[in-house]
Design a protein around this ligand. Structure first.
Ligand code: SF4
Length: 653
C-alpha cells in the first residue's frame, strides 16, 4: 500500500488529466488534481473506479510460456531470454522482416510507440505497426491532404462549432466540458451524426445524416459557400475538387445524405453568419472505404470556414533516442503495396494486411509478432480472419495487463505494469499546451514490467544495448529531458506533475504531402461500394464508443460490464415494428462475410435506416462481421461504419 498522496497523470485516455493517488486497504483511490492546469480537478467515471482495474485479481502477474502440458510460469528473466532467442532465431532463419512489433492502446504510453519503433528498426525489421492501422491516422491524412493540421483552436476565438461524427462526451470528456461551456456562453453548435448522442444533444441544430454520406454533405456546404461568394482557399487539390463542384448541384449532393433542404439551409445560415467556425471531427468518419476522401472534403470546408489558424505546433525538445534514424536498409513494410500513402504518411506498416504475409508469405514471410498492449482479436475487423492470422504465426508474444483474447493465442505472455506502476514522460504539446508531465510510480508493488524495462531488457539480449544504454526508467528520462529545459527533479517536485517548457521542436507539418497524393481524387471516391440493397437492409454503425470503456479495455471488469447495456443492437422502433422486433428479441445480422446473433433494443436515438452496436464486446463481438474486403485506398482502413447489413428476427419456438 502507498503512504501519502501523490500527483501523477491519468493514462486511460488521451485527455491525460492530473490525478492525486492515495492508498487504502483495498488498493488505491484516484481523485482529480485541482493543481493540474488543464484538467483542474476533473476526473471521469473510468478513472474514479480505476482501482477495479489496478487491483483486479485477473491482472497478469507472471510470465507464461505455452507448453504441451499447458501454461508454464517463468521468471521475468527466463521469459525475456525465451523472447530474445525466438526473435533472433527467426531473424537468422527467415530474415529480420519476418518479425513484427505492434503497439496498441492498453499501455497508453506516449513513449511506447517511439521505443518500440526504434527497437524494431534497430533489430532490422521494417515491420513496426500500431493501433494507427485502425484509428485516427485517416483523420490526420484527410486534414493534411487539405493542407492543414487537425487541432483544436481556443474556443474563445471561434463563433460556432460543428461536432461532426464525434462524440466527445464518451471519448474526450474535457473537450466536451469546454464545448458545453462555449455553448452556455452562446456559441452555436451544429451536430452532424446519424445518432443522437449526449454530444449532439448539446447542439442547437442536429443534422441526422445517412451513415457514410458525410463527404457529400461537406460538398453541399462547399457548393453553397461558392454560391454565396465566400472566398475559397487556394491549392492544387482544392482546384480539382472545385471543378467537380461546379458540375453538380447542391441538391445532387444533398439527396445522398438524407438531410432535408430546410435544415441544410438553416445550417448554412448558422455557419456562414458566424465565421470563424471550428469543425470538431471524430473517428466515426474514418472507418469506411471512403473515409480519407470524406475527411478531406470536411477539411476543405474547415479551410473555407476559416477558423483553422494553426497555432505554432508545440513539442518539447526531447533528446533523440541514440542511433535513431541510423538504420540498415530494410525491405518495404507490410501494407506498402496496398496502401503506400498510409505507410509513407505514418512511417510504419499497415497491420490489416498482415494476413497474406503470415498465411501465404506474400510479399514475404512473417513468422513472429510481439504485441504490446494491443488486442486485435477484439478491435480489428473480421475477427475470424484475425484469428487465422495470429494462429498462423510460428511465434506470438503478448505484453499486456490481462489475459486478453489475443493473449490466449500467444506462445509467450509477459505481464505489463500499469500507469500507476510506471515512470514516463508525457508531452502536452500536440494537444496545444507547452507542458511536460510525469507519470510516476505511485504504488510500491509492481505487477509487471514497465514498457521501458521491457524494451531495454529485450534490447540488451538482442545485442542492441548501444541503442538503449540505460539501466532504469529514471536514467532514460533524465537523458531524454536534456535540451528540453525541464529537469526530472522539477517534475517530481511539481504538485501537478507538470512543468511548462519554453523551447519547442520545429513544426513537422508536411506541406508537400497533398501534392504527392493523387490530387484528382474527390467525389467519385466518396460513394460506398454497395452492389445491391435488399429488403431488411440497414446501415450498421459499429465503431461507436462508450464512456465506460477505452477500446477493448476494461471489458473484463465486472463492475463496468454489469453497468453496461452495450452488447445489444439498437434499432429504431419504426424499423423494429416492420420486422416484428421487440426489445430483448434475438435477431440475426448478416454481412458479406458472416452472421451474428444478438439481442435487439429499440431506440429512438438512431435513424430508421440504421443500426448501432458498440464494438469490442466479448460474447457478441460485432467485429465478427465487419469487413476488410474494401479497404480505404489511402489509409487501408476497414469497413466498420456505414456497413450494409441485413437483419432477421429469430423466432423462438
Ligand atoms: S477523461 Fe477520465 S480517463 Fe481520460 S484522462 Fe481524464 S480522468 Fe483519465
Amino acid at each position: 500500500m502507498i503512504r501519502g498522496c501523490f500527483p501523477t497523470l491519468c493514462r486511460i485516455c488521451g485527455e491525460n488529466c492530473g490525478l492525486l493517488v492515495t492508498g487504502h486497504s483495498g488498493g488505491v483511490r484516484l481523485e482529480g488534481n485541482p493543481d493540474h492546469p488543464i484538467s483542474r480537478g476533473y476526473i471521469c467515471f473510468k478513472a474514479k473506479r480505476y482501482n477495479t482495474v489496478h487491483s483486479s485479481p485477473d491482472r497478469l502477474t507472471r510470465p507464461l510460456l505455452r507448453t504441451k502440458a499447458g501454461w508454464k510460469p517463468l521468471s521475468h528473466d527466463e521469459a525475456m531470454d525465451v523472447l530474445a532467442s525466438r526473435l533472433l532465431r527467426h531473424r537468422s532463419m527467415d530474415g529480420a522482416e519476418s518479425v513484427v512489433f505492434y503497439t496498441g492502446e492498453a499501455l497508453k504510453h506516449q513513449e511506447n510507440k517511439a521505443l518500440f519503433r526504434h527497437l524494431a528498426f534497430s533489430f532490422g525489421t521494417p515491420n513496426f505497426m500500431s493501433v494507427s492501422s485502425v484509428c485516427h491516422a485517416a483523420l490526420d491524412m484527410g486534414y493534411q491532404l487539405a493542407g492543414i493540421r487537425l487541432e483544436e483552436p481556443d474556443l474563445n476565438t471561434v463563433r460556432a462549432v460543428v461536432i461532426w461524427g464525434a462524440n466527445p462526451f464518451a471519448t474526450h470528456p474535457l473537450l466536451f466540458r469546454r464545448l458545453r461551456n462555449a455553448s452556455a456562453k452562446g456559441t452555436p453548435i451544429i451536430g452532424i451524426d446519424p445518432l443522437i448522442t449526449p454530444s449532439t444533444r448539446l447542439s442547437d441544430l442536429h443534422l441526422q445524416i445517412r451513415p457514410g454520406t458525410d463527404g457529400f454533405l461537406a460538398l453541399a456546404f462547399l457548393s453553397r459557400a461558392i454560391e454565396s461568394g465566400i472566398e475559397m482557399p487556394q491549392g492544387n487539390t482544392f482546384l480539382s475538387m472545385g471543378d467537380l463542384l461546379r458540375h453538380r448541384s447542391i441538391d445532387t449532393w444533398l439527396s445522398k445524405t438524407g438531410v432535408e433542404s430546410r435544415r441544410f439551409d438553416e445550417a448554412c445560415d448558422l455557419l456562414f453568419r458566424n465565421l470563424p467556425v471550428w469543425i470538431c471531427p471524430g473517428v466515426g468518419l474514418e472507418l469506411n472505404p471512403c473515409g480519407v476522401e470524406t475527411i478531406r472534403a470536411i477539411a476543405w470546408l474547415q479551410r473555407v470556414l476559416n477558423s483553422n489558424r494553426p497555432r505554432r505546433r508545440l513539442e518539447a525538445r526531447l533528446r533523440a533516442l541514440p542511433g535513431s534514424g541510423i538504420y540498415s536498409e530494410m525491405p518495404h513494410p507490410i501494407g506498402k503495396r496496398e496502401t503506400p500513402h498510409f505507410v509513407a504518411f505514418k512511417g510504419e506498416g499497415q497491420a490489416l494486411f498482415l494476413k497474406n504475409a503470415v498465411l501465404n508469405s506474400d510479399p514475404y514471410p512473417v513468422k513472429a509478432m510481439v504485441i504490446a498492449g494491443g488486442n486485435p482479436m477484439r478491435t480489428f475487423p473480421d475477427t475470424g480472419s484475425q484469428k487465422r492470422m495470429l494462429e498462423g504465426l510460428s511465434f506470438l508474444a503478448v505484453f499486456d495487463l490481462f489475459m486478453t483474447q489475443t493473449a490466449q493465442l500467444a506462445h509467450l505472455i509477459l505481464p505489463a505494469a500499469d500507469f500507476l506502476e510506471t515512470m514516463e514522460l508525457h508531452d502536452y504539446g500536440p494537444s496545444g499546451h507547452s507542458l511536460l508531465g510525469l507519470v510516476r510510480p505511485v504504488v510500491t508493488r509492481r505487477t509487471g514490467l514497465t514498457t521501458e524495462t521491457f524494451v531495454f531488457e529485450l534490447a540488451k539480449r538482442l545485442g542492441l544495448q548501444d541503442r538503449f544504454p540505460w539501466n532504469s526508467d529514471e536514467e532514460a528520462i533524465e537523458e531524454r529531458l536534456e535540451g528540453s529545459g525541464v529537469r526530472l527533479e522539477e517534475l517530481l517536485a511539481s504538485s501537478a506533475a507538470v512543468v511548462r517548457y519554453e523551447s519547442t521542436a520545429p513544426s513537422v507539418l508536411d506541406r508537400s504531402f497533398p501534392n504527392r497524393i493523387v490530387p484528382s481524387w474527390g467525389p467519385s471516391r466518396m460513394d460506398l461500394p454497395i452492389d445491391s440493397w435488399q429488403d431488411n437492409s440497414f446501415w450498421l454503425s459499429s465503431g461507436n464508443r462508450s464512456i465506460r470503456f477505452q477500446h477493448s479495455q476494461f471489458r473484463n471488469i465486472p463492475e463496468f460490464a454489469t453497468r453496461s447495456a452495450e452488447s445489444v443492437l439498437l434499432i429504431h422502433p419504426k424499423a423494429a415494428d416492420k420486422l416484428g422486433i421487440r426489445s430483448g428479441n434475438r435477431v440475426c445480422m448478416h454481412t458479406a462475410i458472416g452472421s451474428l446473433v444478438v439481442k435487439a433494443r429499440r431506440s429512438k436515438c438512431l435513424r430508421e435506416d440504421s443500426l448501432c452496436m458498440i464494438h469490442g464486446e466479448a460474447e457478441v463481438n460485432v467485429n465478427a462481421i465487419t469487413r476488410m474486403d474494401h479497404p480505404d485506398p489511402l489509409s487501408g482502413y476497414p469497413w466498420m461504419r456505414a456497413l450494409p447489413v441485413r437483419l432477421d428476427l429469430i423466432r423462438e419456438t
